[in-house]
Design a protein around this ligand. Structure first.
Ligand code: FAD
Ligand code: EPU
Length: 339
């Protein structure tokens, strides 16, 4: 039976550890409960927030509406020749799914090891790390359309994935709740080891023919060395996207700052490392009140304890201003701001 609680603290439901309250809070364990919930016009008309692991949001105020936490569980798989199709409930923990696949020898997700959050949120911003994005292993997802109360299947094309983008963040924002995601993996690994320090770390471990588990462990090791653990220091990973600019915009920046960290982004576009831009503005490791940027990765804003969402948001605005003043580049927040 669906239960709705009142005045629930979200402190343990967001990895920033911000102490904000939800006016109403419902936990959903089965897609049918969404039908039950929205059969009542009160909930249909109320502001709502869909919550997975809360690892990509900043609560800047109490939420005066209904928080719907997805806890739909279950992992199923089907094997056809070398293809593996794995379907997981939205409430499964992303890294548990990665471990399940790595342990079973299903290849494709190993570079996405240790990303926090839920399976259901993974298509929202097309999670990515170490040269792989969700779209590379995504087959389809099932989503509940709030207005009609029906379930719809979205193919990869329907989702219009881009860098930290999808149709669910864009034109369909707020209209669908993802209840399950299906992935297309393989029994034959096609390793992507070129990114960052993966090859270096494998070599340091004396591994020349890595297994899925080796790659997963190496990626996890690199991540732990750079990123703060949300269980000890509040954060939501990269706070901003890496800015993508045109070659014309890039020219003068490179001339003035020959060491600018950048990557080709296709179609003549250039992606800049936001962490580098922020560090150059003197923010790396800086503490401002209860908040600050992480000492090993300036792109990560942290809660040193007791920070309010407004404080973190304020710091992010200061960073945007100083990067714009120094480089003429506008940073866009990657973290979802909840008011
Ligand atoms: P939440 O924070 O709960 O929600 C995020 C957004 O998705 C919100 O807008 C929410 O309303 C919406 N949403 C959530 N679930 C659903 C659903 N079922 N249906 C519809 N909408 C939904 N991200 C990367 O891409 N790559 C990384 O390498 C990475 N590293 C990270 C490292 C750290 C230490 C941390 C804290 C975060 C990192 N992130 C990274 C960000 C985060 O892990 C991902 O964005 C993740 O997918 C968020 O999942 P979540 O369940 O916590 O989503
Ligand atoms: N850099 C600095 N100073 C810093 C941080 C970075 O100079 O303080 C420079 C370094 O040259 C470094 C480069 O930036 O080599 C890239 O840094 P890193 O490898 O840490 O990756 P990133 O571009 O900062 C992105 C994602 C991460 C993802 C990693 C690995 C975005 C916004 N962030 O970070 O995703 O884990 O690549 O693939 O694209 C997240 O989305 O929350 C997240 C952590």
């Amino acid at each position: 039976m669906l239960q709705i609680q009142e005045n629930v603290s979200l402190k343990n439901f967001n990895t920033f550890g911000i102490d904000a309250n939800a006016r109403y809070f419902a936990e959903i364990s089965h897609a049918d409960e969404l039908t039950e919930l929205f059969a009542d016009p009160i909930w249909l008309s109320m502001p709502r927030l869909i919550l997975g692991g809360g690892s990509n949001m900043l609560m800047v105020a109490d939420f005066n509406g209904l928080v719907i936490r997805l806890n739909i569980r279950g992992i199923e798989h089907r094997i056809s020749h070398n293809d593996v199709f794995v379907e997981a409930g939205a409430g499964e923990v992303w890294n548990d799914l990665v471990n399940y696949c790595v342990d079973h020898g299903y290849a494709g997700m190993e570079n996405l090891s240790l990303i926090p959050g839920s399976v259901g949120a993974s298509p929202i911003q097309n999670i990515g790390a170490y040269g792989v994005e969700l779209k590379d292993v995504f087959e389809s997802c099932q989503a509940f359309e709030i207005a009609s109360g029906s379930l719809k299947t979205f193919t990869k094309e329907d989702c219009r994935f881009g860098y930290r983008e999808s149709v669910f963040k864009g034109e369909l924002a707020g209209q669908y709740i993802i209840v399950s995601v299906k992935f297309h993996l393989s029994l034959v690994p096609n390793f992507n080891l070129k990114y960052g320090a993966i090859e270096q770390e494998l070599a340091a471990r004396g591994i020349s023919e890595p297994t899925l588990k080796d790659v997963s462990q190496v990626v996890s090791h690199i991540r732990v060395s750079k990123l703060p653990d949300p269980s000890t220091i509040g954060n939501a990973g990269s706070f901003f996207k890496n800015p993508v600019i045109t070659a014309e915009e890039f020219g003068p920046i490179q001339q003035n700052h020959p060491d600018v960290v950048h990557y080709p982004a296709g179609d003549g576009l250039v992606k800049l490392a936001a962490g580098w831009l922020i560090e150059q503005c003197g923010w790396k490791g800086k503490t401002v009140g209860n908040t600050g940027t992480w000492k090993n990765q300036a792109l990560v804003l942290v809660n040193h304890g007791g920070a309010t969402g407004e404080e973190v948001y304020g710091l992010s605005s200061q960073i945007i201003d100083s990067v714009y003043t120094k480089f003429g580049v506008t940073l866009h927040r990657e973290v979802n701001i909840v008011k």
